[in-house]
Design a protein around this ligand. Structure first.
Ligand code: NAP
Length: 311
């Protein structure tokens, strides 16, 4: 099979840290072009916009969209309508309706749409799903706290409307929860802390409930100083399951669970293997549930003003 000629849209932090190296490492792909308003990638054909890229390299097979979420929908719609397979960074779109429409469009154009949730590919997520499948979940507690100054310096879009605020990171926890809990998850109440100079929440406390009645509480905070905590504790059948480091390690009652081979695997290596497989099989993978959870949180939440915050 010919390698899949792929173009990147948005050459920011995640594109440079993960997409460029893992596309380059996968022989099924060739990184052919880049659309970026400000940056250039040596060795690729560079264009200032996706429109110019699609016109300039009409032979592209696929496009990976790595811009902030509000820019995902117009870029994906254009790429699909020009016959390209599309990979979306998370959060996949700024609204559930946009994502649903893109899924329909991909089906009608007979193209692959892959709404990636990179945290679902973290090393211990599959083992957590297997462990919970054999147990009855009673309670879960999500702690997703990090210092926005350290992890997102200069990313002003996070605090603008449609930028998701703390949910840009916390949607990773929701993507894990919706992967490992085999029931629907409902938002029951939420408190959103919105700084006076932000349009989005900088922190949130959310209470959720699984379809079988397990209580799930989440503490999400972008103001946290020090080492980030990206952790989910589950209480199931009287046992304590601790998923830490963003899904990379699991322990049950304090005993580490080994996940052979997985520790060496990058989330993004797995993402590009999956994209290749989806294109090969003529399928899409679009799960809107983590985005739906964020939308439901906004619907149900009480908003409280927080101090202005610069980063
Ligand atoms: P970033 O560093 O700000 O890069 C985003 C790039 O998108 C910018 O460099 C810009 O590139 C382009 N862009 C296009 N339209 C834009 C607009 N309206 N406003 C701002 N930039 C625009 O952000 P990032 O961290 O790479 O995040 C991008 C996406 O990846 C987000 O959806 C994020 O949730 C996701 N993600 C990020 C991380 C992470 O650790 N940072 C991890 C996983 C997923 P040009 O100037 O080149 O056009």
């Amino acid at each position: 099979m010919q390698p899949i000629r792929i173009g990147l849209v948005g050459l920011g932090k995640i594109a440079r840290d993960q997409h460029v190296p893992w596309i380059t490492a996968n022989p099924a792909f060739v990184l052919t072009a880049v659309a970026s308003r400000h940056a250039q990638l040596p060795g690729a054909a560079n264009f200032p916009s996706i429109e110019a890229m699609l016109d300039g390299v009409p032979e592209l097979d696929a496009v990976a969209i790595c811009t902030p979420p509000r820019a995902h929908y117009p870029a994906a719609r254009l790429a699909l309508s020009r016959g390209k397979h599309v990979l979306l960074e998370k959060p996949p779109c700024a609204s559930v309706a946009e994502l649903e429409y893109l899924a329909q469009l991909a089906a009608s154009c007979d193209r692959t749409l892959f709404a990636t949730w990179h945290s679902r590919h973290a090393a211990a997520v599959e083992a957590t799903e297997a462990a919970l499948r054999e147990r009855i979940l009673r309670r879960a507690r999500v702690t997703w706290v990090e210092d926005v100054r350290q992890w997102h310096p200069g990313q002003a879009w996070l605090r603008e409307a449609g930028g998701f605020g703390v949910f840009d990171a916390a949607i990773n926890a929701l993507s894990i929860l919706t992967r490992v809990i085999p029931e629907p998850i409902f938002v029951r109440s939420a408190l959103l802390h919105v700084p006076e100079n932000w349009a989005t929440p900088i922190a949130a406390e959310v209470e959720l409930e699984s379809g079988r009645g397990a209580n799930i509480s989440a503490r999400l905070d972008f103001r946290y100083r020090g080492q980030p905590k990206w952790e989910i504790d589950f209480l199931a059948d009287g046992q304590s399951l601790q998923l830490v480091h963003g899904g990379a390690a699991l322990s049950i009652d304090g005993t580490p669970v080994t996940t052979p081979g997985a520790a060496l695997e990058s989330e993004y290596a797995a993402i590009y293997r999956r994209f290749e497989q989806l294109i090969f099989c003529g399928e899409s993978d679009v799960d809107a549930r983590p985005l739906q959870c964020v939308a439901d949180t906004y619907l149900i939440a009480r908003h409280i003003a927080a101090e202005a915050f610069e980063y």
